[in-house]
Design a protein around this ligand. Structure first.
Ligand SMILES: NC(=O)c1ccc[n+]([C@@H]2O[C@H](COP(=O)([O-])OP(=O)(O)OC[C@H]3O[C@@H](n4cnc5c(N)ncnc54)[C@H](OP(=O)(O)O)[C@@H]3O)[C@@H](O)[C@H]2O)c1
Length: 250
């Protein structure tokens, strides 16, 4: 598949039913990709995203899977491959935040939840992507884009230091895995969104701090999706191991 014929193959997006994942599905479809839209609970929202991709002339399917469960990750990748064809890009996007609180008050259950979804599942998804795309496994190459957070650098004191730490691990994953697999035809990249208007925030948070980034406003999911689509494409062909801030200067 070449990019000059307007088609870019198949992309799988975890957490594609809402927010940054949903906007990325649409941006990637507009860029010529067929799209596997993963969701955990919101079948209605995932169906809406699939419809939007189809209206752009692409093939798209919604696949329910909880990426916190290893066997469901394998089923997700197998379903997308069986229905759409070999996967050429994966957007490792599914994530959750923790409720606001200080480190001194965290309990183990809270930490297990945020690290399971944001870190352990991200590493398992990355492994599944490598097994499908790497030349070392018979694949034709591809791109993995990890969705981190600007919190990984800022630390999120008083809000969710655990979330920030779970995303700092994703940044390390991007660097380490890029060093492992770039020679096998798989480029590994990341984005660090800042304050983006989605449902992930606690009520009132965006209103309270939305104007604090140097650009004076929160970002939109579409503004992050634009960068993700660029990273997934050949337009970023000499990039690997990098994580790009999309944070309004924050
Ligand atoms: N918004 C921000 O300001 C911001 C900033 C920095 C980083 N990020 C990161 O960007 C990513 C997307 O965030 P968002 O703001 O778009 O969040 P969102 O609007 O809350 O959407 C989260 C998406 O992830 C899915 N999801 C959650 N847990 C899942 C699981 N275990 N298995 C499969 N899917 C799961 C949800 O599926 P259902 O709808 O089916 O439940 C939904 O599609 C996250 O990794 C987040 O940490 C966001």
């Amino acid at each position: 598949m070449t990019e000059t014929d307007g088609r870019r193959g198949v992309v799988l997006i975890t957490g594609g039913s809402r927010g940054i994942g949903a906007a990325s599905a649409v941006a990637l479809a507009a860029d010529g990709w067929d799209v596997g839209v993963n969701y955990r609970t919101r079948a209605d929202e995932a169906a809406r995203v699939v419809k939007a991709c189809e209206e752009l002339g692409r093939r798209a399917i919604a696949v329910q899977a909880d990426v916190a469960e290893a066997d469901q990750i394998e089923r997700l990748f197998d379903t997308v491959t069986a229905e759409l064809g070999p996967i050429g890009a994966v957007i490792n996007n599914a994530g959750v935040v923790s409720p606001s609180g200080r480190v001194a008050d965290y309990d183990a259950a809270r930490l297990e939840r945020v690290f399971r979804v944001n870190t352990i599942s991200a590493i398992l998804v990355a492994g599944a992507a490598v097994r499908r795309m790497s030349a070392a496994y018979g694949g034709s190459g591809g791109v993995l884009v990890n969705v981190s957070s600007r919190a990984a650098v800022l630390g999120s004191a008083g809000e969710y230091v655990d979330y920030a730490a779970s995303k700092a691990a994703v940044d390390a994953l991007t660097v380490g895995l890029a060093n492992e697999v770039s020679k096998e035809g798989v480029r590994v990249l990341g984005v660090r969104p800042g304050l983006i208007e989605t449902d992930i925030h606690e009520e009132g948070r965006l209103e309270r701090i939305g104007s604090t980034p140097p650009l004076g406003r929160p970002g939109t999911a579409e503004e992050v999706a634009e960068v993700i689509a660029f990273l997934a494409s050949e337009r970023s062909s000499y990039m690997t191991g990098s994580t790009v801030d999309v944070a309004g200067g924050r």
